[in-house]
Write a protein that binds this ligand. Structure first.
Ligand code: NOJ
Length: 544
C-alpha cells in the first residue's frame, strides 16, 4: 500500500504541541486531545519528533532508552492509546529513528566507558585513541568544534560525536549494533507505527577515519561519512530483514546529497523518500550558514524545481523543528502575513511528492521577534555563538544576532498557539519549557477557526483538494518559469494539466499567462485580472 504517497504528513514537536497536565511540557495526552483537530485539517500521517527517554540536551535527539517513553511525555500506555485513537481516525503514526548516535546517558554508553577486559559495549561506539597528544582526526561536529571528546578515566581515548557532546556516534562496523537497531525497529512496528523518519541517516557509516583537508571551512570529515556504501548496505538490510514484513515506510533526513545519490536511495529501496537541503539556503550562505543574505525566491524555488525534475519522489517541506519559520523567511510576515503564508501553503501542497507540514505552519506562526540569547535552549545555537565569537573575533551580541537571524532553532520550537488565553492554550499557566511567541493573541488556532478566510481554513480547503486530486497526488512535474517574483509549474496526469503560479513579491505582478486557463483555487478571494497577480498570490489553474 502506498499511503505515504497519498497522504499529507504533519510533524509534531511533542515538547511544544499541547501540555495536558500543566507541567510546562507538551505530552502524549495533549496530542491525543488534538487528533480531531488534525483529522479535521485533513492530515493522514503524523511524524512524532523523538518521544523516547532522554536527558533532552538536544531535545530528544539524544536518546537514553529507545524502548521507553520520555517521562515528560507520559507512559507506554499513553503511547498505545495514541496509536489506537489515531487508528480510529485513520491517521498513521511515524516515529523519529535516531540511530547515528545515542545519548551519553544511554546504558550502552555508560557501560562502554567502563574499564574492564572484553567490554562488549566499548565497540558499540566510535572510540579511538588520540594521536599522541592530538585528537584522533581533524573532523568537525555539525554543531561546530571538534567531533571528539576525551573520555575521563580511560587512557588517551576519545569518543566521536558528530552532533553535540552528549550524542555519541554508534559504530556500524559492529554486528551487535545493527541487530540492536533492528530489534528497536521491530519493537515499534509491532506496536503499530507506520514507519520512521530517519535522523541524519546518510551519516551513520564512516568508511575511514583519516584526516580531511585542513583547508575546508566546515564539515571536515563528511567525505568519509556522508553517503558511504556501508550505509546503503545497512539500510538495504533493514529493508529486507525488517521493513518488508510490515506496511511501513522510511523517510530519510539526508543533508549533503546529489540527485544521483537521491535516485540510488530510491532505486535500492534504502529509503522511500528523503528530505533534500538545497533550498534552505535561499536566505543564507550554504558554505557559512551563519551569514545571512537577502531572500531570493529563485534560490528557494530553483533547487526545489531541480529536485522535482531529478527524482521520481521526494519529501517536500518548507519548515521543521530545525528551520526558521517559513512565513518569516520566504514570505512577508509584516505586510502580507496571511497572503504569503497561504501562497507558501499552496506551493508546498501542489508539488510532486509527499508534503510535510510542521506544527504551527498551518496558522502562519512566525519567528520570535525579540528572542534573547539568555533565553535560548537550542544547543546548536549556544555552541555556534561561542565558535563565531572565537573565529570571527566578534562580541557575543554580534555573534548572537547572526545566529538568531539564520540558524537559531528555537524560533520554530515555541509552544503551539491554540488560543489567546494564558500561554496560548498550550497549558493552564505553568511556565512552558521554552518561552511563548508574544504574538499569540494575533496568531492562534481558535481565532483562525472563526475566520473564514484565515490561513488555517485555507490549509483545510487546500489539503482536502489535494487529498482528492489525482493530478496533485500522481501527476508529473514540469517547470514553467522561475524569477525572483513569479514562479510557475505544471502538474499533469492522464491528459489533464494544472498550472500553479506563485507571486513572491510585495507588488502586483504582470504575468502573461500563455495557456487558456480556468482558475481552480487561489489564495485570494476577490476577483483579480488573470494577468495582474496580486502580492503573494498563489493559484491553481486548469489548462483547457
Ligand atoms: C537532525 C535533527 O532534526 C536535529 O534536531 C538534531 O539536532 C540532529 N539531527 C542530531 O540528531
Amino acid at each position: 500500500m502506498n499511503e505515504f504517497k497519498e497522504r499529507v504528513v504533519y510533524q509534531i514537536y511533542p515538547s511544544s504541541f499541547k501540555d495536558s497536565n500543566n507541567d510546562g511540557w507538551g505530552d502524549l495526552q495533549g496530542i491525543i486531545s488534538k487528533l480531531d483537530y488534525l483529522k479535521d485539517l485533513g492530515i493522514g500521517i503524523i511524524w512524532l519528533s523523538p518521544i523516547y527517554e532522554s536527558p533532552m540536551d538536544d531535545m530528544g535527539y539524544d536518546i537514553a532508552d529507545y524502548k521507553k517513553i520520555n517521562h515528560r511525555f507520559g507512559t507506554m500506555e499513553d503511547f498505545d492509546e495514541l496509536i489506537a485513537e489515531a487508528k480510529k481516525r485513520d491517521i498513521l503514526i511515524v516515529m523519529d529513528l535516531v540511530i547515528n548516535h545515542t545519548s551519553t546517558e544511554h546504558a550502552w554508553f555508560k557501560e562502554a566507558i567502563k574499564d574492564y577486559p572484553n567490554n562488549k559495549y566499548r565497540d558499540y561506539y566510535i572510540i579511538k585513541e588520540g594521536k599522541g597528544k592530538k585528537l584522533p582526526n581533524n573532523w568537525d561536529s555539525a554543531f561546530t568544534g571538534t567531533c571528539w571528546k576525551k573520555i575521563d578515566g580511560l587512557d588517551n581515548k576519545y569518543y566521536m560525536h558528530l552532533y553535540c557532546e552528549t550524542q555519541a556516534d554508534l559504530n556500524y562496523y559492529n554486528e551487535d549494533v545493527i541487530q540492536e537497531i533492528e530489534g528497536i525497529m521491530r519493537f515499534w512496528l509491532d506496536k503499530g507505527v507506520y514507519g520512521f523518519r530517519c535522523d541524519v541517516i546518510n551519516n551513520i557509516f564512516k568508511s575511514s577515519f583519516e584526516n580531511d583537508s585542513f583547508f575546508k571551512l566546515a564539515n571536515k570529515g563528511d567525505k568519509y561519512y556522508a553517503n558511504q556504501k556501508g550505509m546503503f548496505d545497512i539500510l538495504k538490510r533493514f529493508r529486507v530483514e525488517v521493513l518488508d514484513n510490515y506496511n511501513c515506510f522510511l523517510v530519510g533526513e539526508t543533508c549533503t546529497l546529489t540527485p544521483e545519490i537521491g535516485r540510488e536511495f530510491l532505486e535500492s529501496r534504502a529509503l522511500d523518500m528523503f528530505f533534500e537541503f538545497d533550498h534552505i539556503y535561499a536566505d543564507k550562505f550554504s558554505k557559512i550558514p551563519v551569514f545571512r543574505r537577502k531572500f531570493q525566491a529563485k534560490k528557494l524555488v530553483g533547487p526545489i524545481f531541480k529536485w522535482q525534475e531529478e527524482v521520481p519522489w521526494i519529501a517536500n517541506y518548507l519548515e521543521n523543528h530545525d528551520q526558521l519559520r517559513s512565513v518569516s523567511r520566504y514570505g512577508n510576515e509584516k505586510d502580507f502575513h496571511s497572503e504569503s503564508a497561504k501562497m507558501l501553503a499552496l506551493f508546498l501542497l501542489t508539488l510532486k511528492g509527499t508534503p510535510f507540514i510542521y506544527q504551527g505552519e498551518e496558522i502562519g506562526m512566525t519567528n520570535i521577534s525579540d528572542l534573547k540569547f539568555e533565553e535560548v535552549n537550542d544547543c546548536a545555537s549556544i555552541s555556534t555563538v561561542a565558535t563565531v565569537q572565537k573565529i570571527l573575533h566578534v562580541k557575543k551580541e554580534k555573534a548572537w544576532k547572526m545566529i538568531n537571524e539564520t540558524i537559531c532553532r528555537d524560533h520554530a520550537r515555541t509552544p503551539m498557539q491554540w488560543s489567546d488565553q494564558v500561554n496560548a492554550g498550550f497549558n493552564d499557566g505553568e511556565k512552558p519549557w521554552l518561552r511563548m511567541n508574544n504574538n499569540f493573541n494575533l496568531i492562534n488556532v481558535k481565532k483562525e477557526q472563526q475566520e473564514e478566510n484565515s490561513i488555517l481554513n485555507f490549509y483545510k480547503r487546500l489539503i482536502k483538494f489535494r487529498n482528492e486530486s489525482d493530478i496533485l497526488k500522481y501527476g508529473s512535474f514540469e517547470r514553467q518559469y522561475v524569477s525572483n517574483k513569479i514562479c510557475s509549474f505544471y502538474r499533469t496526469y492522464n491528459g489533464r494539466r494544472y498550472l500553479i503560479v506563485l507571486n513572491f513579491s510585495d507588488e502586483v505582478e504582470t504575468y502573461w499567462l500563455k495557456d487558456k486557463l480556468s482558475l481552480i483555487m487561489s489564495t485570494y478571494n476577490e476577483d483579480f485580472h488573470m494577468n495582474a497577480l496580486p502580492p503573494h498570490f498563489g493559484g491553481i489553474f486548469e489548462v483547457i
